[in-house]
Design a protein around this ligand. Structure first.
Ligand code: NDP
Length: 282
């Protein structure tokens, strides 16, 4: 007889959520770590979020991930929010500590870790970020905390880019919003990041920028995890730049989340392999 037949439960709340592959990566991590934990993909509509959180508490879930459209609204239903997530204004990860739920945001931290794994340290670097949505916000905040000295945000909606620049701008890091109308010019920088949703499957397009502005010394990073090799990255490589796909951010934020839940080091290789196999099978 086993000493316990109760699996520890975590998962994700979202809508739509059926296409979200996080379960593959997290279940692979639990299996590799020999943990009897389950990751459940749950369709939760916005009007049911309060009930879903009550259920989470009642059923003693260890935590949950939040995806579209719950990252901002979810902040209302936790007892505590990490300082970084407060600055970002959104949570994508919840962990239960006793009877308290603690919200965090692992998107930007995962992004920074992904860059580090690709050999890119952010201290003293200047970055240009395309897009001013939730991912951009998290990336800009964490890149500033990681030591970037200049962040320029190109936003189709100028007010959103301006808001991010205002949050991030301080003595150690100059942040400014740049307008994006038509084909955008890319200022000189160390790292160029696509944080728009342009190029996410089934969208085959790439952001409308002047690709001739990309030069061989730049590192060009996409947040899009599917497809792995976006048109944006292909065009950047044609200009001689080194590139990194959105899979690194996905896996690294999953690894940070795994550690927050279990207290253990994440089995990164198993998580990466599971996602690569999942991508290849599509
Ligand atoms: P949001 O909807 O919050 O933001 C999307 C941004 O893209 C907005 O700023 C939007 O501009 C901009 N945008 C959309 N279309 C265009 C266009 N044609 N030209 C210029 N800008 C455009 O989404 P998120 O920030 O949450 O997510 C963005 C992407 O990041 C998604 O594809 C998501 O899959 C990916 N992501 C990846 C993660 C990973 O782990 N790899 C983690 C989280 C997100 P506007 O504000 O004007 O509408």
């Amino acid at each position: 007889m086993k000493s316990s037949y109760r699996s520890r439960l975590v998962g994700v709340f979202g809508s739509p959520v059926d296409e979200n592959p996080s379960v593959v990566m997290n279940e692979a991590a639990f299996a590799a770590a020999g943990l009897d934990w389950r990751y459940i993909t749950m369709l939760v509509e916005p009007q049911d979020l309060a009930a879903a959180f009550a259920g989470l508490r009642a059923m003693n879930f260890e935590g949950v991930n939040l995806t579209i459209p719950h990252k901002v609204e979810g902040m209302k239903y936790v007892d505590e929010i990490s300082p970084g997530a407060k600055l970002i204004g959104a949570i994508n990860h919840v962990v239960r500590k006793g009877d308290r739920l603690v919200g965090d945001n692992t998107d930007g931290k995962g992004f920074v870790e992904g860059l580090r794994h690709a050999g890119m340290e952010l201290t003293g670097k200047s970055i240009v970020v395309l897009g001013a949505g939730g991912a951009s916000r998290a990336i800009c905040v964490e890149c500033a905390l990681a030591g970037c000295t200049e962040i320029q945000i190109l936003g189709r909606t100028a007010s959103k880019a301006g808001e991010i620049a205002d949050i991030v701008n301080n003595n150690a890091c100059i942040a400014r919003a740049l307008p994006w109308e038509g084909t955008a010019r890319i200022p000189a920088c160390d790292i160029l990041i696509n944080a728009t949703s342009v190029g996410l499957a089934p969208d085959p397009n790439c952001p409308d920028i002047r690709y001739e502005d990309i030069v061989p010394g730049m590192f060009v990073q996409d947040v899009i995890p599917n497809p792995l090799d976006t048109l944006f990255l292909q065009k950047a490589r044609q200009r001689g730049a080194k590139t990194g796909s959105g899979l690194s951010m996905l896996v690294q934020q999953g690894a940070i989340g795994f550690t927050l839940w279990t207290g253990q080091k994440a089995p990164l290789e198993a998580m990466q392999r599971a996602m690569e196999q999942e991508n290849a099978s599509q």
